[in-house]
Write a protein that binds this ligand. Structure first.
Ligand code: FA5
Length: 344
């Protein structure tokens, strides 16, 4: 029996030194110290042994048990430590490494421009509002003095929307001017609003024309508003947006919903007015159409033109960053090329 105990001890200690994991250690514990282990059997059978043998075997069995338990404790602590060291190594963070850059989003150049322009008008007392892109023919054309057979419809090639026959014609708005009518229909003067938004034209695209682009409409109606107010407001706007050194020019233009109608141009950024490819050798770049609100338009929204007058303007948004940054093709704005968009 004593030999058996010796054998158990030396086998157990041998095996213990080869164990690599806590799971293996648990198997070892069950094998040598568990309820069904030989050692436990021996200890349980002590009572049945003759007294002489019982003393010697009992002492030796308890000694082996104590030894194995101590070895088990040490091995468990060592394995735990190794495992901890391994997990620290696996999850090690090198705090000296530079951080990974976070991909930051940014605003689209058109959005940035819309906000910059609106901020200028807000500071002059204008309110920003928005309106529908799907519009009735009435607001886009008729209420703006452009009846169905009017030649000015050719200025605005239109995307029409199929409607049931007999229903009012519907379209994608070709400019933001329909919002002049919508605003005046629901408010009384004084009116001072700017309306940014998308507009659509059914035309072949080229370097300066898109079929979807942004406009910002402006409208001011009150008593005693004159063409001088229009010029003063737009001069101030141009000075703030382009700098005091830019020259501004007004010339006659025609839009059925204003009288008189004007276009505003600034002297060319690139050639300073002497003529180049950008300005088509004219020295001037047109940035917006404007004019005094036509009395018929005022009448249509029940404003008395003998009491109230107003001015309106509409500018193409993309043209401005094109001028400012020398962008040669408007189609770059909406072709989702990140190499282009990331520059702004
Ligand atoms: C209008 O759309 C008028 N509603 C402007 C207006 C408002 C006049 C209020 C009077 C009173 P026009 O078609 O010229 O006008 O367009 C205005 C601006 O939009 C142009 O100066 C130009 O900058 C821009 N634009 C016009 N067509 C395109 C296009 N296809 N692509 C990009 N920008 C365009």
């Amino acid at each position: 029996m004593l030999e058996k105990l010796d054998e158990i001890r030396s086998n157990a200690i041998d095996e213990l030194s080869n164990l690599q994991s806590l799971n293996e250690l648990e198997d070892w514990r069950i094998r040598y110290l568990g309820k069904k282990s030989t050692l436990t059997q021996i200890l349980r059978g002590l009572a049945a042994l003759p007294l002489e043998q019982r003393k010697a075997v009992g002492a030796s069995a308890n000694e082996v048990k104590a030894l194995l338990e101590a070895a088990l404790g040490q091995k468990r602590a060592a394995l735990k430590e190794e495992e901890l060291a391994r997990s620290i190594e696996r999850g090690r963070i090198d705090v000296t490494l530079p951080g990974r850059p976070l991909a930051l989003g940014r605003l689209h150049p058109t959005t940035q421009m819309v906000r910059e322009i609106c901020d200028i008008f807000i500071s002059m007392g204008f309110q920003v509002i928005e309106g529908p892109e799907v519009e009735w023919d009435y607001y886009n054309f008729e209420a703006l003095n452009i009846p169905p057979d009017h030649p000015a419809r050719d200025m605005f090639s239109t995307f029409w929307i199929d409607t049931e026959s007999g229903e009012r014609p519907m379209l994608l708005r070709t400019h933001t001017s329909p919002m002049q009518i919508r605003v005046m229909e629901r408010t009384r003067p004084p009116v001072r609003v700017v309306v940014p938004g998308k507009v659509y034209r059914y035309e072949a695209t080229d370097a300066t024309h898109e079929s979807m682009f942004y406009q910002i409409e402006g409208l001011a109606v009150d008593e005693n508003i004159t063409l001088a107010d229009l010029k003063g407001t737009l001069y101030e706007f141009a000075k703030r947006l382009f700098g005091a050194e830019r020259r501004v020019r007004f010339r006659c233009d025609y839009f059925p919903f204003v009288e008189p109608g004007v276009e505003m141009a600034i002297d060319c950024f690139v050639c300073g007015g002497s003529g180049c490819r950008l300005c088509g050798n004219t020295g001037w770049i047109e940035i917006l159409g404007a004019g005094m609100v036509h009395p018929d338009v005022l009448r249509r929204v029940n404003y008395d033109p003998d009491v109230y007058t107003g001015f309106a303007f509409g500018l193409g948004v993309e043209r401005i960053p094109m001028l400012r940054y020398g962008i040669e093709d408007i189609r770059l704005f909406y072709s989702n090329d990140l190499r282009f968009l990331r520059q702004f």
